[in-house]
Ligand binder design. Sequence first.
Ligand SMILES: Cc1cc2nc3c(=O)[nH]c(=O)nc-3n(C[C@H](O)[C@H](O)[C@H](O)COP(=O)(O)OP(=O)(O)OC[C@H]3O[C@@H](n4cnc5c(N)ncnc54)[C@H](O)[C@@H]3O)c2cc1C
Length: 451
Amino acid sequence: MSALQVALEKVSLVIVGGGPAGLAAALEAQRQGLPDILLIERDMQLGGILNQCIHTGFGLHYFGAELSGPEYADRFSTAVTAAGITCLLDTHVLEITPDRILTILSPQGIRKIAAGAIILAMGCRERPRGALGIPGTRCAGILTAGMAQKLLNLQGLMPGRSVVILGSGDIGLIMARRLTLEGAQVEAVVELMPYSSGLTRNVVQCLQDYEIPLLLSHTVVETHGRERLTGVTIAPVHPQSQKPDLEQSRFIACDTLLLSVGLIPENELSLGAGVRLDPATRGPRVDQSLATSQPGIFACGNVLHVHDLVDDVSLEAEQAARSAVAFLKQVPRPAPQEEGNRYRRSDPVPAIVPGSSTGQAPTLPVLAGPGIRSVVPQLVRRDLAPETIRLAFRPARVYRSASICLRDDHGQLVLKSQRRILTPGEEARLEIPASHWPDPVTSHWQLSIEV
Ligand SMILES: Cc1cc2nc3c(=O)[nH]c(=O)nc-3n(C[C@H](O)[C@H](O)[C@H](O)COP(=O)(O)OP(=O)(O)OC[C@H]3O[C@@H](n4cnc5c(N)ncnc54)[C@H](O)[C@@H]3O)c2cc1C
């Protein structure tokens, strides 16, 4: 049989990605009684990005213990293996169609799988140098902070001796400390914004404790060096226009520039499946059940929105799994084929459940109002049983002593929560109790920050 004529296999639930989101989703789906679950991971091992995060700080909320990344991942991957959940490693999902047919590639070849439901858990990737447009040669010594972390923590390779870090995202902050502990000189962390884009605890524990300078409202305007980086020119930027003041630029000698300038959810597969994305999060638009715009396709973890804490990823993934199992219970399962667990491409796709994630269900949009950069979920399904809705959102700037306000389309206050500090570096949350369920005439909710 040629690669183009591969038989179609059938699985109830396929989970794409074996990081913390995929692992927690697989375990929860099994706890919900689903027998056939397939988890697909392109790497050679389960655990996702956690495998290279050898620092502690994971699991404080979920396990009540301070674990390293590999320890946190190991608790889940051991449970997944013990539960007998089928995991395909070294296997790439190449394509997902809107009718939930996956094309996967492994050393054994190409397979096609028809899934009753799919959970997207592909994580995110780092913004590369090309996205920044910094003038300079393409010399060695310029790499993303995550790549440096992988080289150092997984392969024992030191990326450089004197380092400047552009961007104060968590990976950059953690690498500043890690490189210092390994004997490198971290000259400065240079941040475009007037605030750090990482967690406060990381600014304190990774920079201040090691006296590493954090230069806010600064950027790198040029890199120098032919074979290897010899230094960077930095300059202060105007807080509003963010234009660099070149007259105040200065040279910092260094052999390595690490980029920690943001993460991009990996949604190429989602787009191919016809899933609608939110321009603010760059992840799928979802309702409170984490259903995307495509029926039977759910999303969780960093592919949905960039999380600060893995504990939140695990809890969100469990919600996605419960929703996927509920979806499968409503959808008539295709009759088994004679040849074992297979059906043909021409077989009808399971019917769309009325009121599922198809866009046919009555929904209430949740809008990001003044002060809010992004909010998840973006929709509330009115036909689901009222329960606590957890909004995750990023403030657009730093606020001190501010209120998070949820208002209806008439500007009436639905819920208000006072916060001491809100910063874009820390994803914030607002719980809306079931008692505040929207009435049928409300056309939307808007979340905003008011001072
Ligand atoms: C440097 C760093 C430090 C951090 N520090 C902390 C911390 O101290 N405390 C904390 O709580 N959190 C921390 N986090 C955050 C936490 O690690 C992440 O939120 C979490 O790993 C996200 O989980 P995920 O499963 O969504 O994504 P990932 O861990 O990225 O997993 C996604 C998986 O999907 C796979 N995949 C992608 N596409 C495909 C495909 N097409 N086919 C098959 N497989 C695919 C990938 O190979 C990967 O294994 C840190 C993150 C980083 C990067």
